[in-house]
Write a protein that binds this ligand. Structure first.
Ligand code: HAM
Length: 417
């Protein structure tokens, strides 16, 4: 072979497609149940949208973006996440002038140059949704609720919902100072990566996976203890609404998320085993993002979940995703002249909504029947020269191996009924 799949990407083969349609249909249904409308943005955007939006100190911007210069010399980046593009579109199409919040959703490929491993790809797909232009904690509870409802509808069970508030631009600086002081005082016990985080992105110290860092983290200062009056009130109301919705959330003081735009509410859905590293979905509020990318200050909140990770969970939990649609009828033909009749019958059956394939190029009835069997098709129509001449055909039930010769019209109405 001369060429192989690019590292960290996947072909989605026909056998896998039922999982994709199961998830996509559920996502679309969820979105419409909650009044979210679909938006599609380009696969690439101006690089600055992400460097400003997602944040210079994040892994995504520092090491994971697919950046290229186009032939006109512009710097473009393959979408490494869906929120900043949606905010850009919101501004570009004057959506701040319509009734707020604007509720949007997307199902889209995402590109991140990561070290490929199980559940971590360089191209993955996200179902995400954003509610823009509403600062109320009611909308936070809606966004959390959709996420939980979505996984529940998919019949996933081994999941937990974790939530935290990381404050706003007014109260966070004091928290960050305390965090830095705490970790600086324990500087000899943190890993080399955390030494860098301490300078560049102190919040991320909290979700280091290194064991000795995690031990320190358990007694690190908590953002919830530094919230200003408004943020505290917001968080309290949100939890009250989540209680009313009977959502089984857990407060996790270490939850910070990996993108810089978050303010106040952050939340994730994680597998019961496996922890934060295998997070299945995450989101939160981003009240400064729209201003950061050049718009008038506008609050927003959203969530996104990786489709590949959902599929892994569906398989692990052995969830029945319903019937895999199969081809219903196979047309076997013997002899040169029968092929036209086979084509006509196939066209008529398909018009009636019956999935049909015809054997092409396989000589001999035995081999054709064997193929129908391998494909799991239950009904075969057989046409030979005799049947062609008499306007009949043979219908064979592949399960019982029973077959009978009938006028073609009768077979067609039998199949259609
Ligand atoms: P994120 O946590 O970076 O958030 O990604 C969301 C989800 O995408 C993850 O929970 C995970 O399921 C999946 N995911 C991320 N990276 C990979 C990967 N390399 N391979 C496979 N799956 C992956 C965001 O992207 C935010 N835009 C979410 C958001 C929406 N926040 C507010 N609105």
């Amino acid at each position: 072979m001369l060429y192989r799949l690019p590292r960290g990407t996947q072909d989605i083969l026909p056998e896998e497609q039922p999982y994709w349609s199961y998830i996509i249909k559920t996502a679309e249904r969820m979105a419409s149940l909650y009044g979210y409308r679909r938006i599609d943005t380009p696969v690439f955007e101006e690089t600055g949208l992400f460097t400003r939006g997602v944040g210079q100190g994040t892994d995504i911007v520092e090491k994971e973006m697919y950046i290229f210069e186009d032939r006109g010399g512009d710097s473009l980046t393959l979408r490494p996440e869906g929120t900043a593009p949606v905010c850009r579109a919101y501004l570009e199409h004057g959506m701040q002038n319509v009734t707020q919040p604007v509720r949007l959703y997307y199902i889209t490929p995402i590109f991140r140059y990561e070290r490929p491993q199980s559940g971590r790809y360089r191209q993955h797909h996200q179902f995400g949704y954003e509610a823009l232009g509403d600062a109320s904690p009611v909308i936070d509870s809606e966004v959390v609720n959709i996420a939980w409802d979505f996984y529940k509808t998919l019949k996933l069970t081994n999941l937990k919902l974790v939530i935290n508030s990381i404050g706003c631009r007014h109260c966070r600086p004091e928290y960050i100072n305390n965090l830095k002081e705490y970790y600086s005082a324990n500087g000899d016990r943190i890993c080399p990566d955390c030494q860098v985080r301490l300078v560049k992105n102190p919040l991320r110290l909290l979700d280091c996976k290194n064991e000795s860092c995690q031990m320190l983290t358990s007694s690190a200062p908590r953002s919830a203890d530094y919230l200003c009056q408004d943020c505290r009130e917001h968080f309290r109301s949100l939890l009250k609404y989540l209680d009313a919705l009977k959502l089984p959330y857990l407060i996790d003081h270490r939850l910070v998320r990996g993108l810089d735009y978050y303010t106040r509410t952050v939340f994730e859905v994680q597998p019961l085993e496996g922890g934060a590293q295998s997070t299945i979905g995450g989101g939160g509020r981003y009240d400064d993002l729209i201003e950061q990318i050049g718009g008038k200050a506008t609050p927003g909140i959203g969530f996104a979940t990786g489709l590949e990770r959902i599929i892994a969970h569906l398989k692990k939990e052995q969830i029945d995703i319903g019937n895999i649609p199969e081809v219903e009828v196979y047309i076997a033909s013997i002899g040169e002249n029968t092929i036209i009749r086979a084509l006509e019958i196939a066209a008529e059956l398909r018009t009636a909504g019956i999935s049909t394939i015809i054997s092409s190029g396989i000589k001999g009835l035995k081999r054709q029947l064997k193929q129908a069997n391998t494909l799991g098709i239950s009904k075969v129509i057989i046409i030979g020269e005799t049947e062609l001449a008499s306007g009949s055909a043979i219908i064979r039930d592949m399960v019982t191996s029973q077959q009978q010769t009938l006028p073609l019209e009768e077979i067609m109405s039998l199949l259609k009924s």
